[in-house]
Design a protein. Sequence first.
Lengths: 168, 949
Amino acid sequence: MSAPIAELRPAAPTPHWDDTLAIEIIAAHAGLEGACLPVLHALQDEFGCVPPEAVPLVAEALNLSRAEVHGVVSFYHDFRAAPPGRHVLKLCRAEACQSMGVDALAAGLLGRLGVEWGGTTADGSMTVEPAFCLGLCACAPAALLDGEPVGRLDDAALDALAQKARRA
Amino acid sequence: MALIQETDYGTPIRLAQDTVTLTIDGHAVAVPRGTSVMAAAMMLGTKIPKLCATDSLEPFGSCRLCLVQIEGRRGFPASCTTPAEDGMVVRTQSDAIAKRRRGVMELYISDHPLDCLTCSANGDCELQDMAGVVGLREVRYGFDGANHRDAPKDESNPYFTFEASKCIACSRCIRACEEVQGTFALTMEGRGFDSKVSPGGTDFMSSECVSCGACVQACPTATLNEKSVIALGTPEHSVVTTCAYCGVGCSFKAEMKGDTLVRMVPYKAGKANEGHSCVKGRFAFGYATHKDRKVKPMIRARITDPWREVSWEEAINHTASELRRIQAKYGQEAIGGITSSRCTNEETFLVQKMIRGAFGNNNVDTCARVCHSPTGYGLKTTLGTSAGTQDFASVDHADVILVIGANPTDAHPVFGSRMKKRLRAGARLIVADPRRIDLVKSPHVQAEHHLPLLPGSNVALLNAMAHVVVTEGLVAEDYVRERCDLAEFESWARFIAQERNSPEAVEPVTGAQAQRVREAARLYATGGAAAIYYGLGVTEHSQGSTTVMAMANLAMATGNIGKLGAGVNPLRGQNNVQGACDMGSFPHEFSGYRHVSDDATREMFETIWGVPLSPEPGLRIPNMLDEAVGGRFKGLYVQGEDIAQSDPDTKHVTAGLMAMECVIVQDLFLNETAKYAHVFLPGSSFLEKDGTFTNAERRINRVRRVMAPLGGMADWEVTMALSNALGFPMEYHHPSEIMDEIARLTPSFAGVSYAKLEAVGSVQWPCNEAAPLGTPMMHVDRFVRGKGRFMITEFVPTDERTGVNFPLILTTGRILSQYNVGAQTRRTENSRWHEEDVLEIHPFDAEHRGIQDGELVALESRSGEIALRARISERMQPGVVYTTFHHAMTGANVVTTDYSDWATNCPEYKVTAVQVRRTNGPSAWQEEFAAGESVLKRIEVRLDVPAAE
């Protein structure tokens, strides 16, 4: 599930957001053919997310409508509206992992962390996102923690990952 | 009467000359190459089920309902995205197809509310229709799975709702916004099951949406639906008529329940708009039945008296006797009248007939005086006709478009959308405008050259462009030699080639970079078919007529008149400004632009009207007001115009009106002019009468009555009654009889009749024996005047100069949601987009004066002073400020001056030297205005009749 609309519009301004820097980043990529995605990647690399503040700037630079840019940003799950926690856990929810019980594992983990899908723990240590097939079916249930694969997960393993995230 | 259902071919009609022949369900059909199988089937009358297809949009192929079988092809191709080919054998129905279609519908319906009976689109829903067509009888998936039935409703737009729970994600709305309107305000947010239509992650009202209604039109379900339909239910009959807003002249189906207007739906067969609309025509019709409408005649002796309601008979007789009294006392020339560009051709014709025949003078003028009179003068002088050269469709073939002094996306939105479509397809754009209007840069449209000239320098700029054409050898020599007066061309070419007309020499005057001007001129001259579109930014100047001639020079020199995609095209401000001019509203011209001093013409009118007519041109509006102030002009009949708000130098206008003894206002509302009137005659809206409007492309469109006049009489009937009371008999039973008289007396209208309009929809004049179906493009093989005439267009700066006291230039204009003096749109929800007039000012000028965004500022000129809020905007250039004149309370025209075009007296609205400073309250004029609101609009309450009556 992608983030519900409320989360795409955080009430508070994005921390570290800098209009001038964003405009520079956008300008640096605006000349490319099909510039929208490279621009959005560059912004996320810098700010950790593509917040709503970015949308009108990208639209203006590429002569697109704000709606079009919003459409692109919201299409890709990996573009975030707000910066993630210090660590990102992408938990696979595709068929193989489902058959190995990931739904229950996920429900348990989210409950213990007090977050919903896409949410970040209160201490900012971890963001939990769904993924749909990481290609790690052989060691399902599987996940990526900060891009590194982890497999054969159970409650204890997930708690250990969360614990590790809190420490680092 | 029934509801008109236009055929939907599912995919756009292709116009290719060569055809392909295919067989569909055993029937052969020949269709233009490029036609889809779906449209080909519809041409046979075979409806293939569909949801995501409609013929205003390119095919998309997402709903999978229109699957067919084609011999020799595997599977079930979508008929909307499959082009018809020679020899193709298509089956639209089979058991296998039916099973698949039913399966698709099951999926749609498993996630759709089943509240058909209480749904606002009940009976007008394609999803409902398709469920019936495919024979859906059960939904095997049940209704309890994940669904969107709780999706929230967006009711932020005042005219339509977005009920997301009923959305089937067909994308028709998104595509309509992109392909038809060109605003790109909608998107598909998210993906997969989470896909949903979104105006960019916000609500409709805060989005980029311009409320044109194209999405509502395209939606196959109740998701996007008019609030009026939700409130009133679906309409039961419709009448095709013509919008009464701008000069595009869009055709609409007025969809009715009895005599209640439920909604206005753009009519696909309308040749000016081809099924598109804007926020004004589509939605802003509520003014027609607004409680402010005055529907009883009223009179008063002095303007400070309260109005007294009287019978029509008393009002008409009183008016006639007052006019005759004034003429007896002050002379035959002491009265006159003003025709309206908002009324029909027939009504306008009658007013000028009454003035010439009953008043016995030529003191008739029209509001075109203050907008496009230079167009008439300039184009007639150079080309021979007082009108634009092309039809709107011509823009589809333009390679280069020069927009000067016009803002089509705001003021002529439906044509603006058509132009943007052509620009997205690759036409190149030059914009000459002091402001950075939306066309300069908006999603998917970008001007190659924006020439941000200073107001008042149009002639210098166009001369500079022509200089480049002549001196760089870009003249279309064969064209000029064959079609234009060579001696005149040569003397013009010598003039224009002079160094003082070069882009470099005029740069200090125009403010436009010489190099840019050179590039723009080269592009215009060499880029293929080049079209000029212009508006009041051209005409409303002291050199308005010169500018029009300069454009004609440029177009003739480059061979850009008389061919598709080219031409010189005025974008007319009001619905019938072209018609009002055509109908003889000017003091020197009969209908068809024939001078009153021409004996043969006058004799023809005298014979048919049975009265002697004056060969002397009468007074123009500004002359009438000057004479009034001088004490020699005492009576004025004003039909459907509000000169006290719309005309320049308000204080001079009101002084003129106050000096008169009988001012008669015929209008829908007690407008600003009515404050100074002695007789008020209720006008009728465009919904209340039959007639015709002529749009900017000379297209004569029918206006049809959908409800009875609220005041009991249509405007033409009122004029007729007054004329009869004045002893100049008129007897028409229907406006068609007036048109017959127009046709008899006007060569360019000779072939026009209501019967013909009924048969062919609309015609463009000249419509006569030589062109029985009208003339889409003028000057095709030769110019109407014979040889095209190059005119010397010396640049003469306006007398209105900036200086120490008034260092800024004010220019005025219009915005999308409001129309003209706002009498109509201010009485609709359109005001939600524009509640007050604001002063747009460049950050540099604002900072210099310590002005913050949103602050109240005083705007002062040599004529007067008003206060309004500032909006700091980089659309402006430093030194130039801008406002609109939609609100009477603002009084923008208190500030404008009485300078005017040398040839036609068209006022110089677009250049006023002003100063701007912070202020903390309204100006003296505005305070006086507010006081006058209560005194001058009082209506007597009669104690002898119950108040409820």
